[in-house]
Design a protein around this ligand. Sequence first.
Ligand code: ADP
Ligand code: MG
Length: 257
Amino acid sequence: MKVWSVANQKGGVGKTTTVVALAGLLAELGHRVLVVDLDPHGSLTSYFRHDPDELDHSVFDLFAGDPLNAAGLEALLLPTTHEQIRLMPSSTALATLERRAVGKEGMGLQVAKALRQLDGRYDHVLIDSPPVLGVLMVNALAACQELLVPVQTEHLALKGLERMVRTIAMINRARRRKLRFTIVPTFYDRRTQASVSCLRQLHHQYPDEIAGSVVPVDTKFRNASVQGVVPSSLDAGSRGIKAYAHVLRNLLERPTS
Ligand SMILES: Nc1ncnc2c1ncn2[C@@H]1O[C@H](COP(=O)(O)OP(=O)(O)O)[C@@H](O)[C@H]1O
Ligand SMILES: [Mg+2]
């Protein structure tokens, strides 16, 4: 079982879209996929037509009460519009977690521990994380073997990325196996100077971390989210999906460290 986290300390950069796009592509390759919504806003949960305001049980249960075994964890999961993809949903209660977690030990490893219980049941786990550095993001970074950082190709993107890179360095001081990250440039529009110069800057500053493909602006992603389906089931040939497929292929072919 391989765990991927998608994170950036900035909203609206394509994190949730990256999770659903890759989940769909992995499912179409025949993999059993679990997606985990660690964002209190619950965008991933809403994407798959579940209401985070209405859920009594969610990923919040990993942080409250006794540790759950595999059966208990499976009972938290919800179906999605794709039969090969299961969802561990977010709920509104998650918003109270940062306050509750203050000063409590071991809160950063709750997701990692839970996912270990599910080892063997899923081939890939994709974690969507909130845009703030807190206990939830720390959990996402501690639980994964691969980290994807979507970066919107625009002027202010590099500042946000630098913040994220500092966070990864901090997490790596506590990790036995160092976490490497892959930058996925998103919302690329080659007609705009901002996109072009930002991409050039990314290649210059992060030559080893940048993905081999760039995700362009593609309205198909919004259309897919309106329908609640994974983007590749709507239009596998769209430019945006082809870019994600390319990023995924490179990552799957890479030897695990
Ligand atoms: N490459 C893209 N082209 C066009 N629209 C996109 C693209 N990626 C994401 N979007 C849209 O932009 C909005 C924000 O994306 P989202 O994935 O929710 O960002 P985040 O999770 O980082 O806040 C969504 O409405 C989504 O459909
Ligand atoms: Mg999101």
